[in-house]
Structures are given as C-alpha cells and as structure tokens.
Design a protein around this ligand. Structure first.
Ligand SMILES: Nc1ncnc2c1ncn2[C@@H]1O[C@H](COP(=O)(O)OP(=O)(O)O)[C@@H](O)[C@H]1O
Ligand SMILES: [Mg+2]
Length: 206
C-alpha cells in the first residue's frame, strides 16, 4: 500500500462490511516522542476472542469470494517494519478498534497521502454511516464529523461536486497539508479511489 490514507480506507471498509453505523478515525503525530499513529474505531458487532486471534492471519477472511484477507496483515506489517505497534481491540457487541503506530522518522514510514479523498470515498460509498476524523499534531487539533457537516449544510445534499470538493480540500489543508501529501485536484472521483486502494493492495503482495 502506497500510503496510510489507503490503509485507512481499507480498514474502514472492514467496519462498513461488518455493519458499523459510526466510524471514528484518529491520526496523531508526536514529534517529540517520534510516533505516528492511526486508529479506526467502529460500533459494529465486534469479534469474539477466537475470531480476533485469527484476523492477523493473511489466510483468514469471512469474505466468501476470496481466499485471503490482507487488509489487517498489510497494516500490521507496515507498522512493525517501522518499529511500531499493531493491535486489534474487539469483543462481541463491543465494536472494534484497529490501532497501528510507526516510528515517525523511520525511513520506511509511509506518508499519510490523500486523506481527504479517503474520507470522500467513504462518504460517497456509504453515506448512511457517520464518520468522525480527528487529527492531532503537537498541540494542533482538527476534527471533522459528517453529522456536524449535514447540519451545517441545512438540507443541501452532501454529494454534489462543490460540497465534496470543499470537504476534501478542507481536510487535506488541515491534515494532509501538514504531511506534504500531494493535493488532489479536480472534481472528486470517489469510485476511482476504491480502485486505487485495491490496485495498491495487489501491488503490496506481489
Ligand atoms: N471492524 C471489523 N469488525 C468485524 N470484523 C472484522 C473487522 N475488521 C476485520 N474483520 C474480520 O477480519 C477479517 C479479515 O479482515 P482483512 O484482513 O481486512 O481481510 P478482508 O477484509 O479482505 O477479509 C474480515 O474478513 C472480517 O471477518
Ligand atoms: Mg479488509
């Protein structure tokens, strides 16, 4: 996977598949401690101990169409390669939280990338879900919440190009801009983002 925002899309899609109604994504950078961390928390059905012990295995998936479940193993590998940590916290009826951290200055630590487009792909693909994004870096805090957004739009639909573009740009300026991600330009193409993520996942295993 090329960047962390594509991992985040992949992990958040697990939550959606599991039936989550609310997904909280946290990104935190600590320059002093040299830690970069991401987490995806959902209010889905969670997993029992038996299942939780299997999800880090690349050959475990509940997606009947596939033989491999690579989303979690790829993120774990990325974190451990960068002297970081990975864990899955989950219990039946308690939702799931996936946490990955990286040594921030590690040469192989992937950049965050286009987190604005990841959020758009989620919003467009599954608009019924509530998404909350928190970003924190050395005292700077940024938050985005689709419920607050819907309220501020006063009836205007979210999925029109002007609104989508402003969401993506505002997220990228506040969060991604601090990571020097390549800014996305033009009209958002949410479906393309999913394809990009899947292409990236395939490349990671080749
Ligand atoms: N947030 C979640 N809630 C419930 N189950 C999950 C969640 N994330 C992952 N899983 C379970 O772990 C399995 C492996 O996930 P993953 O590694 O992303 O592979 P894949 O999504 O391709 O199956 C999924 O098939 C699913 O059964
Ligand atoms: Mg997955």
């Amino acid at each position: 996977m090329r960047d962390l925002s594509l991992h985040i899309l992949d992990i958040a899609e697990n939550s959606i598949t599991a039936g989550a109604k609310k997904i909280v994504i946290r990104i935190a950078e600590d320059e002093e401690k040299d830690v970069y961390s991401i987490s995806v928390e959902d209010d889905g059905p969670g997993m029992d101990d038996k299942m939780r012990s299997k999800v880090e295995d690349p050959f475990f998936t509940t997606n009947g169409k596939k033989k491999f479940g690579l989303g979690l193993p790829l993120l774990k590998q990325a974190a451990l390669e960068c002297d970081g940590q990975f864990n899955v916290r989950s219990g039946t009826g308690e939702g799931t939280t996936i946490f990955a951290s990286f040594k921030r200055s590690h040469i192989d630590r992937k950049p965050l990338g286009d987190i604005g487009s990841t959020m758009l792909a989620l919003i467009c693909g599954h608009p019924q879900t509530r998404y909350i994004l928190f970003y924190e870096k050395d005292g700077f805090r940024y938050g985005f919440d689709t419920d607050a957004l819907t309220e501020s739009l006063e009836g205007m639909p979210v999925n029109i190009p002007e609104v989508l573009m402003s969401i993506r740009n505002s997220i990228n300026e506040s969060v991604g801009g601090r990571d020097r991600s390549k800014p996305a330009a033009g009209v958002p193409d949410c479906a393309n983002r999913q394809k990009e993520m899947k292409r990236n996942r395939r490349k990671s295993v080749e």
